[in-house]
Design a protein around this ligand. Structure first.
Ligand code: AVI
Length: 321
C-alpha cells in the first residue's frame, strides 16, 4: 500500500506485519534459529540504535563522521554538482548535514528506512537544519528489492549507504543488492558506501558488548517486538545477549541465548528452546577494502575512491556502474 503523510513528505510503502510474522515463523523453525537483523528496527529498536551510535565503545559512527568531516571536499568533488541524494537506512542528520553543506547544489534528499518513525524523525530534523532543501522520505524495505528507486527523483542520483549497514547483509545478499542497484543506476549516478574494516578483536567485541548494556537491550528488543506485534509469549529475562567476533567469517555475530529449557508460543505455534540454544539475530561483517572492491566488481560496480580515518578503522567508498 502507498500512502503519504499529512505533509506529503513521506511515502509509506508499508512493509507489512505479515512479512515480519512469516520471517519469524520460518526463522524459528530453522536449526540453528535465525531472525534477520532488519527486524530490529521498530520504533524502540531505532531509538536504541541511535543511542548505540553515541556510545564510547561503538566507534563506527563517530569514525565515519570524522571521515566525512576531514575529507568533505574530496567526497563532495566525487559526488559532484546537482545530485539527488537517496539515503538507504536513516543515518544521523549530522552526517547528512555534513555532506549537504559540502556538496554544491544538492537537488533533493530522500531518506529510506523500514521504520516509519525513523523516516519521520529524519525528515522533521532535516527540515529544520536544511530549511531550503527539497526532502521527502520513503518507508520501505530496501533489503528485499530495489523497487524503491522508482519513487526517487529523476536526474543524477547518488545513493548513500552509510554506517556499514551493508555489513548486515550476507555475502549473497550483498551481491544481489549491489547488482540490482547497478542495473537501475545510470552511468553518471554514484553510490557512497561506508564499510567497517577488520581490526583487533578486543575493539570489535567491545563495540557490541557495551558496558551500559544498550546493545543487549537492542538485541532483546527483538523478543519484546515479537511479544508486542505478534502476540508472542517470550519471557525476556530468560534470554541473554551474546556477541563475538567470528574471525573465519570476518563477522560479529549477535545471538539471543536461551538461559533455560523452555517452550514459547509465537503466533499460535510452539517453539522449543534448549538451555544454551541461540537465535542468531545479526551478522555484522567487517571488510578488507580489496575484498570489498572484488565483491563490487563482481556486481558490475567499480570502486572509484576510498577514504579512511587515520587509524584505518572505517572506509567510505565511492562506486560507479
Ligand atoms: C546498523 N548496523 C550497521 C549496526 C552494526 O554495527 O552492525 C547494527 C548494530 N548492531 C549492534 N550494534 C549496532
Amino acid at each position: 500500500m502507498t500512502k503519504t503523510d499529512n505533509s506529503g513528505m513521506i511515502i509509506d510503502l508499508n512493509p507489512s506485519l505479515a512479512s515480519f510474522q512469516k520471517d519469524v515463523l520460518t526463522g524459528l523453525s530453522r536449526n540453528p534459529k535465525v531472525i534477520a537483523p532488519k527486524h530490529f528496527y521498530d520504533e524502540r529498536g531505532s531509538r536504541l540504535f541511535n543511542t548505540i551510535t553515541t556510545l564510547s565503545e561503538y566507534y563506527p559512527t563517530r569514525t565515519e563522521k570524522r571521515i566525512l568531516r576531514d575529507q568533505s571536499a574530496a567526497i563532495a568533488a566525487a559526488i559532484g554538482t546537482s545530485a539527488s541524494l537517496v539515503e538507504l537506512g536513516c543515518g544521523s542528520e549530522e552526517k547528512i548535514e555534513l555532506l549537504i553543506s559540502a556538496v554544491p547544489m544538492v537537488k533533493s534528499y530522500t531518506p529510506i528506512d523500514i521504520s516509519l518513525s525513523a523516516v519521520e524523525d529524519t525528515v522533521s530534523k532535516l527540515k529544520i537544519v536544511c530549511p531550503g532543501l527539497h526532502i521527502y522520505g520513503l518507508c520501505a524495505d530496501y533489503t528485499s528489492s530495489t523497487d524503491f528507486l522508482q519513487y526517487t527523483a529523476s536526474g543524477r542520483r547518488v545513493i548513500l549507504f552509510l554506517g556499514s549497514t551493508i555489513g548486515n547483509f550476507e555475502e549473497l545478499e550483498r551481491h544481489m543488492f549491489l547488482e540490482n542497484l547497478r542495473a537501475q543506476l545510470s552511468p553518471d549516478d554514484g553510490i557512497l558506501i561506508g564499510i567497517d574494516l577488520v581490526k583487533e578483536r578486543a575493539v570489535l567485541e567491545a563495540a557490541y558488548n557495551d558496558t551500559s548494556g544498550v546493545t543487549a537491550e537492542f538485541n532483546l528488543n527483538m523478543l519484546e517486538r515479537m511479544n508486542r506485534e505478534l502476540g508472542a509469549a517470550f519471557e525476556v529475562e530468560k534470554f541473554r545477549h551474546t556477541a563475538f567476533f567470528n574471525e573465519e567469517k570476518s563477522s560479529i555475530e549477535m545471538h539471543l541465548e536461551s538461559i533455560t529449557d523452555q517452550i514459547v508460543e509465537v503466533a499460535g505455534k510452539s517453539f522449543t528452546f534448549m538451555a544454551g540454544e541461540t537465535v542468531h539475530t545479526e551478522n555484522s561483517y567487517k571488510f578488507h577494502v580489496e575484498a570489498f572492491e572484488k565483491e563490487a566488481l563482481e556486481a558490475g560496480l567499480s570502486l572509484k575512491k576510498v577514504w579512511k580515518d587515520p587509524q584505518g578503522w572505517f572506509a567510505l567508498t565511492y562506486l560507479e556502474a
